[in-house]
Design a protein around this ligand. Structure first.
Ligand code: ASP
Ligand code: MG
Length: 408
C-alpha cells in the first residue's frame, strides 16, 4: 500500500464527463489499496475568465481581492470532484488551501508555500477517506487568501506530497509527458521516459509549460518523485527524479523556447565603475526581474554597451527606466525590441561533452538566424533570436541533435 498524491490539471476536469473520468481513476487507485490525496486545478479556462472579469472591472484590481476571486476556480472544481466521487459511493472530503492549511507568504498572485499542515489530511486518510484539495491557493500569516502563480496547482501537489512523505506524486495533464520539444510545433518531438530534477527545472524555467518551475524546485528539495502523465489514457508518462548515471549519456535532453521575452540595449554608456550597479539597482527597485545581461566594453573609446532581457510584461517599465538612465548618463541611445525569443538546449550530459554550443550556433547560422545574445550554464545554452524564427529554430535544432532518437 502506498500514499499517492494525484494532481489533475484544468483540461482534465474541464467538464462533468471528464470529472467523472478523473473520479474513476481516483477510485481505481484507491481500490488498489492506496491512500489517495487529489489536488485539482480550476476547470479549463476558469482562471482566465475570472482574471478577465476583474480586469474589465478596473485596470488595476486590488491584489488581495484578486486572489480571493481566483481561488474560487479551484474551490468549485474540488467540491465538484468530491460530489462526483460521493455519487460513485466513495467516502471523500474536499478542502480549500486555508482549511488544510497551506501556509504561504503574503506575495499575492505569486505566493510561496512556507508550510503544509499534514495532520488534517492524515486524519481523513485514517478514516478511510479520499482527500481532495483545491490547488493553487494558500493562506498567509494574517489569514488572507493567497494564490501561487499560474500553474500553481502543480506546486500544491508536490508540496503536499513532500509534507506527507508520499511515495509518488502523479501530475495528470493533457499531454503524454515531458517531450524533447513542444509537440505542437515540432512533430518529431519524442516523449522522455526519465528526466532529472535539474534538467526539468531548466526546461520549466526556459519555457516548457508542463510543470510550474516552483513545483520542480520543491520536488528536488524534498526528493519527491513526479510522474507526469496523461489523464486520457493509462500509458506511462515521464518520471522526474534524482539524476541517474545513464542520464549523463544523453548529451541534449530537449529544446525549449520562450517568446515572452524582450531585449533592451543601452548603447555607448560612459565606461566608469558603478554604472552597471546604478543601472541594475534602478531596475530592481522597480521590481523587474532581469534574465540575461551582456556588457561589452571597448577600451579605446571609453564606452560600454549594456544589453539585458526581461519578460514582456516588464518591458514598458524597464524601457522607461532605461531611457531615463540613458539620458542622465549621456548614453548614445536605447535600442529596444519585444519581438524576440529565447531558444534553449538542455541536458546534464553537456557537463561531459564539448561542442554543443558550437553545433547549436552552426545550426542557427545555416538557417540564416541571427543570434542576438547567448548565455550558458553547466547544463544549458540559450540564444536570443528574432521571435519570428522560433519554430524554425526549434525544429532545426531538434533535427540536428537527433532528439527524436533520444533514449530514455
Ligand atoms: N488555475 C490556475 C491557473 O490556471 C492554477 C493551475 O491551473 O495550476 O494557473
Ligand atoms: Mg498546468
Amino acid at each position: 500500500m502506498a500514499l499517492i498524491v494525484q494532481k489533475y490539471g484544468g483540461t482534465s476536469v474541464a467538464d462533468l464527463e471528464r470529472v467523472r473520468n478523473v473520479a474513476q481513476r481516483v477510485i481505481e487507485t484507491k481500490n488498489q489499496g492506496n491512500d489517495v490525496v487529489v489536488v485539482v486545478s480550476a476547470m479549463a479556462g476558469e482562471t482566465d475568465k475570472l482574471l478577465t472579469l476583474a480586469h474589465e472591472a478596473t485596470s488595476m484590481p486590488d491584489e488581495r481581492e484578486l486572489d480571493v476571486l481566483l481561488a474560487t476556480g479551484e474551490q468549485a472544481s474540488s467540491a465538484l470532484l468530491a460530489i462526483v466521487l460521493q455519487s460513485m459511493g466513495s467516502p471523500v472530503k474536499s478542502f480549500l488551501g486555508h482549511q488544510i492549511k497551506i501556509g504561504t507568504d503574503s506575495a499575492y498572485g505569486k505566493a510561496r508555500i512556507t508550510s503544509v499542515d499534514a495532520d488534517t489530511i492524515f486524519s481523513e486518510l485514517r478514516e478511510g477517506r479520499i482527500v481532495v484539495v483545491a490547488g493553487f491557493q494558500g493562506e498567509d500569516e494574517a489569514g488572507n487568501i493567497t494564490t501561487l502563480g499560474r500553474g500553481g496547482s502543480d506546486t500544491t501537489a508536490v508540496a503536499i506530497a513532500a509534507a506527507l512523505k508520499a511515495d509518488l506524486c502523479e501530475i495528470y495533464t493533457d499531454v503524454d509527458g515531458v517531450f524533447t520539444a513542444n509537440p505542437a510545433i515540432c512533430e518529431r518531438a519524442h516523449k522522455i521516459n526519465r528526466i532529472s530534477y535539474d534538467e526539468m527545472l531548466e526546461m520549466a524555467s526556459l519555457g516548457a509549460k508542463v510543470l510550474q518551475t516552483r513545483s520542480v524546485e520543491f520536488a528536488k528539495k524534498f526528493g519527491v518523485p513526479i510522474h507526469v502523465r496523461s489523464s486520457f489514457h493509462a500509458g506511462k508518462g515521464t518520471i522526474v527524479c534524482e539524476e541517474e548515471s545513464a542520464m549523463e549519456e544523453v548529451v541534449v535532453s530537449g529544446v525549449t523556447y520562450d517568446v515572452n521575452q524582450a531585449r533592451i540595449e543601452i548603447a555607448q554608456v560612459p565606461d566608469r565603475p558603478g554604472i552597471a550597479a546604478r543601472f541594475f539597482d534602478a531596475i530592481s527597485t522597480a521590481n523587474i526581474l532581469v534574465d540575461m545581461i551582456i556588457q561589452t566594453t571597448s577600451l579605446e573609446e571609453g564606452f560600454a554597451n549594456m544589453a539585458f532581457t526581461i519578460s514582456k510584461a516588464d518591458f514598458p517599465q524597464a524601457l522607461a527606466v532605461a531611457q531615463s538612465l540613458a539620458k542622465e548618463l549621456e548614453a548614445r541611445e536605447v535600442i529596444a525590441e519585444d519581438e524576440v525569443a529565447k531558444i534553449s538546449m538542455i541536458g546534464v550530459g553537456m557537463r561531459g561533452h564539448s561542442g554543443v554550443a558550437s553545433k547549436m550556433f552552426g545550426v542557427l547560422a545555416k538557417e540564416g538566424i541571427n543570434i542576438k545574445m547567448i548565455s550558458t550554464s553547466e547544463i544549458k545554452i540559450s540564444c536570443i533570436i528574432d521571435a519570428k524564427y522560433t519554430e524554425l529554430a526549434v525544429r532545426a535544432l531538434h533535427n540536428a541533435f537527433e532528439l527524436d532518437k533520444r533514449n530514455g
